[in-house]
Design a protein around this ligand. Sequence first.
Ligand code: F6P
Length: 365
Amino acid sequence: MPKKNGIRRIGLLTGGGDCPGLNAVIRGVTKPAEDYGMSVYGILDGFEGLVEGKAKELKNSDVSGILARGGTILGSSNKGDPFHWPVELNGKIEIQDKSDAAVQNYKTWGLDALIAIGGDGTMHIAHKLSHKGINVIGVPKTIDNDLDATDVTFGHDSAVFVVAEALDRLHTTASSHHRVIVVEVMGRYAGWIALHGGLSGGADIILIPEIPFSWDSVAEKIRERELKGKRFSLVCVAEGAKPIGGEIVAKGNDIKRTDPVQLGGIGEIVADKIAKMTGRETRVTVLGHLQRGGSPTPYDRILSTKFGAFAIDLVANKKFGKMVALKGNEIKSVKIEDAISKQKLVQLDDQAVFAARAVGISFGD
Ligand code: F6P
């Protein structure tokens, strides 16, 4: 029987971009809460709800049947950073600090702790709020898998599943029409989705931010395949990939977000260049938010449930300022400040890079 230790009410929010598995964590936190003698207050739309005072009590009945549901029943936002709050004044956006309002709502609601489920940005905010007296626990999510202190974030496996399935489908049509098909995937500044998705979906070329590519090398790989009788090729390109000496391609800039850069567009550029250099008919598929939507894979459902159950146990043991993490086969806790100190990028000696090269996949280098 879990111990009761005077912590009576905890807040729970999902911050940043959504991903499959968020609801499984919400369920993993809420279902055991009663046994710990705690009630759960679900804060709506991420930190936006903490600043604007939007929340509702979460009961067992609210989390029943949500394990397999994508998205988040609490809503999320990547524009609600209390320390970077956009306010429209005379037609212009001004950035203000609303963190005192966030702290005030935490107190008004009578919260003893806050569990923040999110990625890099959410962990940064949680860490800053801990300096203002809020007892925080972090739970790492993101399809990008770019948080350093955990072996993997939930949501990543589900996104990779979508990429693999897309590549499987594109394989048959590319081969029938003797085409090159370029698939642009998400991941921001990290190449994990392209690497794992490309490896599991049998891409011929994988382009990631960590390995700037040469146009000649990409074209050469396609020609080399043709010489072997393979008249089609699949190229999996991460949205943050760039050619040697080139820049990351962005499709927009939104100053309301902590990181204003909206990546996207490299797929089209890669396809155009390949068509010009090889003369092959080339098509592009941008997977976009398909990678974030839908039901979590069984792996993500299990990981999310373990993360949720571990997070509420950390609260019960008053181990604040910690983030839940997967280390090997064990769920552990790490200091949030350590988790945000470095982004997890693909290393050149990563075993997935080694395996990809071993089976003939080119990184365009
Ligand atoms: O961080 C998750 C992610 O899906 C990135 O891979 C992508 O660059 C970004 O979010 C897209 O954000 P938005 O949904 O705000 O366009």
